[in-house]
Every structure is written in structure tokens, then in C-alpha cells.
Design a protein around this ligand. Structure first.
Ligand SMILES: [Zn+2]
Length: 581
């Protein structure tokens, strides 16, 4: 290996590039990984290779950072240009940025449910655009409906946590239930100016009139009359459903749903107290008034949201005209569907209420809490959303798309372990000596260390191991099987309790020649009980190798030939949540 000039040069380049990136000191792990990635045939010589890399690394690290940089720029000038281009896979620019002193975006959830993947687009695009233009990202809790979209205290905290997990922490947080007097002030101004009125009509009558482009009996009354009705609303003179403030629009607007839209209403607050402000307010602003006012008052310059909000923009533009304001830039992206994921808030809430889902992080849900529990990394979600961008067409993704992004993150970081599902005993006869298996924690990062297991025969030359019953059935009788990194056996018989086999040879080549199946195993006595909670809520029972005792909660590992899992609990029993293959 020492003689191979091409290999030496490859290592030297990787080491120099890595050193420049890390302030002069190259790290061995990424270089071993890179070389083995490019030359997988060297995997069997990992030890020798590591030695060679170590030697070259020492030479490279002894150079001054300036010298390292000079060599890279001279010999491989393309290296950094290429890396930069890859890193900066960026969002398309926002329109009319020059018009504004600063880019300000907002994410405005109602804290009545846990956030799910459907919100990822709004959160990540708004956050990312604010960063891209060195602007501000605002989190605004829209909690002004204590009746039908009743907020709950737990969700304010859960949403804050989700945002911080996603790496999208807001620069400012605003809660609408703290701002009720502000909405009152503007309601009064709109009424005084004749741009809004208090309507006390029956809803069916009002609808009839508005569909015919005709005013209701209230609309034509004087602003003074409406101001007195407004005061009556505030002081409890109207019960729930008896009065609503409406913002005036063109009664001939082609969309009847836009005409004289409701802005504030009375709520039976004794029956529906607000979780934060209790019974303090009986008049509550509706979505378009509160969101419309706040976007202006908080200096939001770019509203980035789903295209289902287009009609709301039309409604709010009347409000802005009444108040002499300019509407912010609005970008409406298409729907993002994930095939097979329940992204309907009402279905999730119903499922929780009926006990179909155990909790907000039930693995069957696509809530951020559930994804987190399963070991889906926030970086994977972020990358997927940025790649999709803010296009207006609908986008359909599958779980597999998200898994592919996640796998890219985990492949290098997740260490490997053996988990034997539904174990069955494998007896191996004619084992002449004890075998000591050294299994890399990661095939491309030998520097991370190994798990070591001794497989010793008893006095009769029989070794006992656990293997998965999935891997061995009666059809395997007479077939050669390789126990990964251990030895080859010939299966003799298989029944429900045990598999009888005999030792064949140690060499991997023998197994490769006959394309023998490679299976994983755990020596008897070197196991711990383990259960893996699957995405459909079922549980895969089995055993894990004892090295798993050293794992920590939240660590994501790969159970070989099974899939990536996040460690949920480590005790006498290991509990993990399944991410994907
Ligand atoms: Zn009316």
C-alpha cells in the first residue's frame, strides 16, 4: 500500500483540504471515510489504510495554515469553488426587497394543536428569508378564538420548542391575546370613520342581502349609532351571536365571501374562558382583523403563506385601504402534500381525543414531536423544504423523500449495532476454538472503535448464538450462511425453537464465492431485551447486543439489516423508535 502513489496523493489532497477547513489541523475520521467512500475495495484493509492516513496527516498538520492553503489553491483550485456552490443552494430572491428598510417575516400559528410537517414550509421559508436578508423573523401566536379554535397553554410551549429544534428561533415573539386593546382601538377608529359597523342581523338574513349585493338594515345607520352599539358590545349589552363588527367592502365584489366580512364578535366568555386572559374580554377579533392589523403594526414586510390565504388578502386589502396603509408583499406557495401522512389538524385532534393516538408524539403522526422521537433530523426537514422552495405549484412528496434526506445525515453519524428480531437459537457444531469478533461501530470510521464479542464453544464443541427467525426457515437446510464478521456455517435443520448447523470455515471469500447470505447475530449471554416501536404503532420485539447498554437517550443508531432507530430509553430493557430503512 505504501507504494501506491495515486492513493498517497488522494489522501494528501483530502488531508490538506480538511486541514484548511479546520484551521490547520486535519481530522482523521472524515478522511478515512472519504477514501473508503471513493475506494470501497480498501475496506478489508482499513487498518493498514488508517496507518497510512495517519502518517500523511502528520506531515500535513506540521505545515503552517498559510502553507496548506497555498498548496490547495495551487494544485486543486476548483476545490473551494465547488464546495461553496453546493453549500449555497439558496432560495430564489424575494421581490422588491429594495423597497424596505429591513426584511421582516412571520410565522403565525394558532396554539390549539401540536405543529406538524405541514407547517414546515411556512416556518423554514420565513426563517430562512429573514436570515438571507439579515432581517427579522417574528413568531406570532394567533390565539383570539377561545371558542372554536381554543388555544391550550401546552401548545405555546410546544411550538416554541419545535421552532428551536428546527433551528428557526424567532427574533421576536408576540401573543395576540396580549394585544386586545390595540384591536379595540382600531375597531373604534374604523367605526368612527364609517368604514366598519356593528351588525345585529340574523345571519341568514344578512347572507341573503349580501348575496344580492344589498346592504343590511344596520349598514346604513350613522357612525354615532354604531359607536353606541360598539360600546354596548364591550359592556355586555349583547350576548354571543347577537352582534358582530363588519368591515365595509364593495358589496359588488365578485366573491360574496369577501363582502362586508366579520371582524370582531362577542363570545360567551364565562363558558369559554381564554387559557391566558380568562374572562377579561368578551369581544374577540376574528382572524382577518387581528392578522391584518398585526402584519402592519409589527412591520411585517413579506407575508409568506399557503395560497389558501389568497382570499384573506383580498379581504384585508379593504382594511388597509380604510386605514391608509400599504399591504406587505405577499408570496403564496402551493400546497405541500406528503403521501400517507395525516396533515389535517382536525383529524389529528380528533384522533387524540378519541384515544386512537396515545400522545402528540405518537409515531403514526407527522407532528414534529413524533418525527423527533423517531430520529428524523431537523436538518433533513430543512434541506427538503429549501429544495422545494416557495413555488406556487402544489408539491407532492412521500415519506421516502424525507427518509432519503434523513439517511444522508445519518449514514455518517449513526453507529451500527445488532438487533435480533424474534430471536431463535442457532447451535453451531464443530467449533474448534474461541472466536473473537471485532465489529466496527462504523465501517467508514474505524477510529470510532469496535464492539468485541467472544464466541466460545462448550466442551462438546458447540457454540450458541441468537439469530433472527426471519433469516432462517426450513428452506435454508443444507445452505451456507455467513455470520457477519464471524464465520460460515452450514444449516442442517430448522424448527420453531432452534437451528442446528455445523461450522464450515472462517474466510469471507468462501461465503462470497457461493453468494452466501450474510446475517447478524448475538452470542448467548451477550444480549439485552429490546423493543422497537414502529411507524405504524406496532412493536418489534427482540434482543440487542450488550454494547447497546452504553447508548444514550436521543442517540440515533443503525440496527444492521433492520433500519435507523432513535434510542428512547435505556434501562434493563432498551426501547427504540424506528425511523426508516
Ligand atoms: Zn346588519
Amino acid at each position: 500500500m505504501e507504494e501506491n502513489r495515486e492513493l498517497r496523493e488522494l489522501i494528501r489532497k483530502a488531508a490538506l483540504v480538511n486541514a484548511v477547513k479546520h484551521g490547520g489541523q486535519a481530522q482523521i475520521g472524515p478522511i478515512v471515510g472519504k477514501i473508503l467512500g471513493e475506494k470501497p475495495e480498501l475496506r478489508s484493509k482499513a487498518k493498514e489504510l488508517t496507518g497510512l492516513i495517519d502518517k500523511i496527516l502528520r506531515e500535513v498538520n506540521s505545515l503552517s495554515p498559510d502553507e496548506q492553503k497555498r498548496i490547495v489553491e495551487e494544485k486543486w483550485p476548483e476545490t473551494f469553488v465547488k464546495e461553496k456552490a453546493e453549500q449555497e443552494k439558496r432560495l430564489p430572491p424575494l421581490p422588491n426587497v429594495d423597497k424596505y428598510h429591513m426584511v421582516v417575516t412571520r410565522f403565525a400559528p394558532n396554539p390549539d394543536c401540536a405543529l406538524h410537517l405541514g407547517s414546515a414550509r411556512a416556518i423554514i421559508l420565513c426563517y430562512q428569508y429573514a436570515r438571507m436578508y439579515k432581517g427579522k423573523f417574528v413568531l406570532r401566536f394567533e390565539d383570539t378564538d377561545p371558542k372554536t379554535k381554543r388555544p391550550a397553554l401546552e401548545f405555546y410551549a410546544a411550538i416554541r420548542y419545535d421552532l428551536s429544534w428546527l433551528g428557526t428561533e424567532p427574533d421576536l415573539e408576540v401573543i395576540q391575546s396580549d394585544r386586545i386593546p390595540i384591536y379595540y382601538e382600531y375597531a373604534e377608529r374604523l367605526i368612527k370613520d364609517g368604514n366598519a359597523y356593528v351588525c345585529t342581523c340574523q345571519l341568514t338574513y344578512f347572507r341573503e342581502r349580501v348575496l344580492a349585493s344589498q346592504p343590511c338594515v344596520c349598514r346604513v345607520l350613522s357612525p354615532e349609532e354604531h359607536l353606541s352599539r360598539w360600546n354596548r358590545m364591550l359592556t355586555g349589552g349583547y350576548k354571543e351571536g347577537e352582534a358582530v363588527v363588519r368591515v365595509k367592502t364593495d358589496l359588488n365584489h365578485p366573491n360574496p365571501a369577501v363582502r362586508d366580512w366579520p371582524a370582531l364578535r362577542v363570545i360567551d366568555i364565562e363558558k369559554y374562558p381564554h387559557p391566558r386572559v380568562g374572562t377579561k374580554y368578551r369581544v374577540w377579533p376574528l382572524y382577518n382583523l387581528a392578522a391584518g392589523l398585526d402584519d402592519h403594526l409589527l412591520g411585517i414586510t413579506f407575508i409568506i403563506r399557503g395560497k389558501e390565504h389568497l382570499t384573506n388578502q383580498v379581504r384585508q386589502e379593504y382594511l388597509y385601504r380604510h386605514l391608509g396603509w400599504n399591504y406587505p408583499e405577499a408570496i403564496h406557495y402551493g400546497r405541500l402534500k406528503i403521501t400517507g401522512a395525516t396533515l389535517s389538524k382536525s383529524k389529528i385532534v380528533q384522533g387524540i381525543r378519541e384515544g386512537l393516538y396515545k400522545s402528540w408524539d405518537d409515531p403514526r403522526l407527522a407532528t414534529f414531536a413524533a418525527l423527533r422521537r423517531r430520529g428524523i433530523m431537523p436538518q433533513a426537514i430543512k434541506k427538503m423544504i429549501i429544495d422545494v422552495g416557495p413555488k406556487t405549484s402544489d408539491v407532492i412528496l412521500s415519506w421516502e423523500n424525507l427518509y432519503a434526506y434523513n439517511r444522508k445525515n445519518l449514514d455518517q453519524t449513526a453507529n451500527r449495532y445488532f438487533f435480533v428480531q424474534n430471536p431463535i437459537e442457532l447451535k453451531v457444531k464443530y467449533v474448534q476454538k474461541a472466536f473473537f469478533a471485532r465489529l466496527n461501530l462504523h465501517p467508514e470510521h474505524p477510529e470510532r472503535g469496535v464492539r468485541e464479542y467472544a464466541v466460545k464453544p462448550d466442551a462438546d464443541g458447540i457454540a450458541s448464538l441468537w439469530v433472527s427467525s426471519k433469516d432462517l426457515d426450513a428452506s435454508k437446510a443444507g445452505v451456507m450462511i455467513r455470520l457477519m464478521e464471524l464465520f460460515n456455517v452450514k444449516v442442517e435443520s430448522v424448527n420453531v425453537y432452534a437451528v442446528q448447523s455445523s461450522f464450515l470455515s472462517e474466510s469471507y471469500e468462501d461465503a462470497r464465492r457461493v453468494k452466501a447470505q450474510l446475517i447478524h447475530w448475538i452470542p448467548e449471554g451477550q444480549d439485552m431485551p429490546c423493543e422497537v416501536v414502529m411507524p405504524d404503532g406496532s412493536v418489534a420485539e427482540g434482543i440487542a447486543e450488550t454494547a447497546c447498554k452504553g447508548l444514550n437517550t436521543d442517540e440515533v443508531v443503525q440496527f444492521e439489516r433492520f433500519g435507523f432507530v432513535r434510542i428512547d430509553q435505556v434501562g434493563k430493557k432498551l426501547t427504540a423508535y424506528y425511523a426508516h430503512k
